[in-house]
Design a protein around this ligand. Structure first.
Ligand code: ADP
Ligand code: MG
Length: 242
């Protein structure tokens, strides 16, 4: 059901809030279809980087290519990205179905096309049975699935997830992590997953970048980073012995 997926290339990206430098020269590439994690402590710039890719927040310096388009000067809705937030941000007064349909209506999709797309997205996250419920009648995990369905329904080229599981309790977090990965594999959709939890990054991602102070400390497969941490920060943060 997805349009097509795209790789991402970030070149010399800098971003400041006033005099506070938050991203200090990010260079990296994410391959089409990759599950990529940004891992780092609180305040390291993960959300700022993700929001810059999505088109929220101040305009950064540098380039962000999604496919072969530099999107830095495009508004969020022209970037073909879908973002899921930690807080879900569902409309409380709308049913599950209406929440998922909302983004499509906003894009002025013809009504006869909206119905099937909403059904398909709800089916993918296993929520078709709960389509008429209100968000307040759902568990945390179910609400997170609605947020995912809503994002997938717009058929983005890239899926951006900012600590999407951090509001869930520990056992549900592990289950949702598996579901998320299975969904990503099924859709083959380029995905960036932001987390401060090294186990979460380790168990989901094809590759990950460890961030600290708005700088990428190391990029590679989880295995590579564990076996060959580039510096003391990476070693300490991953809890490796080196
Ligand atoms: P993370 O997601 O890794 O916890 P953030 O990207 O949210 O980190 O924040 C990185 C830094 O940028 C922090 O020092 C934070 O205080 C600062 N920051 C984030 N958003 C704003 C903002 N809107 N105004 C000023 N400073 C901000
Ligand atoms: Mg954050």
């Amino acid at each position: 059901m997805i349009r097509e997926t795209a790789g991402i290339r970030i070149e010399n990206l800098h971003l400041s809030f006033g005099t506070t430098k938050v991203l200090a020269g990010i260079d990296m590439e994410i391959k089409p279809g990759e599950f990529f994690a940004f891992l780092g402590p609180s305040g390291s710039g993960k959300s700022t980087l993700l929001r810059a890719i999505a088109g929220f927040g101040p305009r950064p310096k540098g380039r962000i290519l999604i496919g072969d388009r530099d999107v830095v000067d495009l508004p969020p809705w022209k970037r073909n990205v879908g973002m899921v937030f930690q807080s879900y941000a569902l409309w409380p007064h709308m049913s599950v179905r209406a929440n998922v349909a909302f983004g499509l209506e906003e894009r002025r999709m013809p009504r006869r096309e909206i119905g099937p797309k909403v059904e398909a997205a709800l089916e993918l996250v296993g929520l078709l049975d709960l389509a008429e419920r209100m968000p307040s009648q759902l568990s945390g995990g179910q609400q997170q699935r609605v947020a995912l369905a809503r994002t997938i329904a717009i058929e983005p080229q890239v899926l951006l997830l900012d600590e999407p599981l951090s509001n869930l309790d520990a056992s549900l977090r592990v289950q949702m992590r598996r579901e998320l990965l299975a969904l990503q594999r099924k859709l083959q959709l380029t995905t960036i997953f932001v987390t401060h939890d090294q186990e979460e990054a380790n168990t989901t991602s094809d590759r990950m970048a460890v961030l600290d102070g708005g700088v990428i400390q190391q990029i590679g497969t989880p295995q590579h980073l564990y076996d060959h941490p580039a510096n003391g920060f990476v070693a300490g943060f991953l809890g490796t012995a080196n």
